[in-house]
Design a protein around this ligand. Structure first.
Ligand code: PNW
Length: 443
């Protein structure tokens, strides 16, 4: 096959997040965040912490070189709110921004487009202490923080993403307590956290637009096409509820300024007049994190009476997540059909496996290579069918701190030895590098 599957100018690269790779949690005036507290409370399954993680804070030149050597032209990173505004609101710590200033200059010098995400889960602890995403107290501080970032970096960073996966924050952080800040507030807590993130995002997008009229603004949503576990009516209804919670509150909020019908009554108690006008915003670029579909069933006693069913899939990853590359195609086609074919990019897609290091030090991660190949085939097919996909960034550049799983789950295309901090590119790194260079998937 000689036809390029991917157009010239397509964005190729990797994503990371501040808390998962930086380490240096006490450096240069950084304040505490909810994941520091969650870790200190003993909530990380393997007992590890992000205190050092990949030491990216000090080793970033090496990581920029890895991106460059791969032939990537884009990189999504996140800015740590507690570095920039250590108390969450109030004084801006320019020393915290100095780090991103250096990183951005390094990326640009390497010919890599920096795509900055403002909130990848490191909520400043003082804001959580004041109610966190359960209330409105976070809205103005988030907009002020966004403004501080764009004032410092907006001359060089053209792509700004507000949130990363507000649904995962709401469900795991406030609903079931498996992520920081660890609350088990059930359905009501989930919907409040979703709504207040939507509002904070709306305020931040307006601040960013004011400061930088020509910037590319967007958000990053984890979208999972939702299917019922069986065709029993209660499972079909459960899947529809989950779709509303997982996908639609965020997606319909920003794209349409609407609240899903199925949830309107439950949200009426805290949605105020004018809220949906603030939440709706004409974004320029939608980031999509795709890992799998959701197969859901009726299960009494869980939030929204929804539980996970048995996914039908090709294989399973090391997270026991189903491998369902067709779901990515379905999702892109649905966005084209139902949401006006928005400019979008895959902002995360990847898998964890228990990588084996060969005697010669190489990592032949064939399962991960296959995962990427199959998902890229879905993206290529969606492009061929007219979907407005601008790029593909894998998750993740480096093995890193996988939240409640700690350092034990490895998502990187580059291995990190946590004793020596030595980085070793895996076969998957070479695979993605070749696709990025040629624009073709090869045989
Ligand atoms: C995303 N789920 O998290 C995050 O954006 C990354 O920080 C993370 O490392 C990556 O995906 C891999 O987990 C998710 O349970 C966490 O469906 C949980 C889920 C999905 C995404």
């Amino acid at each position: 096959m000689t036809t390029p599957a991917f157009p010239p100018g397509f964005l190729w690269g990797a994503s990371t997040s501040s808390y998962q790779i930086e380490g240096a949690l006490d450096a240069d005036g950084r304040g505490p965040c909810v994941w520091d507290s969650f870790t200190a409370a003993g909530r990380i399954q393997d007992g590890s912490s992000a205190a050092i993680a990949c030491d990216h804070y000090h080793r970033w030149p090496e990581d920029v070189a890895l991106l460059k050597d791969a032939g990537f032209n884009a990189y999504r990173f996140s800015i740590a709110w507690p570095r920039v505004v250590p108390d969450g609101s109030g004084a801006v710590n320019q020393a915290g921004l100095d780090f991103y200033d250096r990183l951005v200059d390094g990326l640009l010098a390497a010919g890599i487009r920096p795509m900055a995400c403002l909130y990848h889960w490191d909520l400043p602890q003082p804001l959580e202490d004041a109610g966190g995403w359960q209330g409105r107290g976070v809205i103005e501080p988030f907009a002020a923080y966004a403004r501080a970032c764009v004032r410092r970096l907006g001359d060089r960073v053209k792509d700004w993403m507000t949130l990363n996966e507000p649904n995962v924050v709401a469900i795991f952080g406030y609903g079931v307590g498996e992520h920081a800040p660890g609350h088990k507030l059930g359905a009501d807590g989930i919907l409040r956290a979703l709504h207040h993130q939507n509002l904070a995002q709306g305020a931040a997008l307006r601040a960013l637009r004011e400061e930088g009229p020509g910037l590319t603004l967007g958000t990053v949503l984890n979208l999972q096409p939702t299917v019922p576990d069986s065709d029993r009516p209660e499972d079909v209804a459960a899947a529809a509820r989950w779709d509303a919670v997982w996908n639609r509150v965020s997606l319909d909020g920003v794209m349409r300024g609407t609240i899903p019908e199925l949830l309107a009554d439950r949200m009426a108690g805290f949605v105020l007049p004018g809220d949906t006008d603030l939440i709706r915003f004409p974004i320029d670029l939608l980031g999509i994190n795709y890992y799998s579909r959701s197969t859901m069933k009726h299960e009494a006693g869980r939030p929204f009476d929804v539980g996970w069913g048995e996914a039908r899939c090709r294989r399973w990853t090391g997270m026991a997540w189903p491998v369902q590359p067709e779901g990515l195609y379905d999702l892109l086609v649905e966005l084209k059909r139902d949401y006006g074919n928005p400019a979008c990019y895959v902002a995360e897609n990847g898998c964890a496996y228990d990588d084996v290091v060969s005697p010669d030090g190489a990592i032949h991660d064939a399962e991960r290579v296959l995962f990427y190949r199959e998902h890229l085939e879905s993206v290529a097919q969606a492009l061929a069918d007219g979907c407005n996909v601008k790029g593909y960034l894998c998750w993740s550049l480096l093995d890193n701190f996988e939240w409640a799983f700690g350092l034990s789950k490895r998502f990187g295309i580059v291995r990190v030895d946590y004793d020596t901090l030595v980085r070793t590119p895996k076969d998957s790194y070479r695979f993605l590098s070749q696709v990025a260079r040629t624009g073709m998937l090869g045989g």
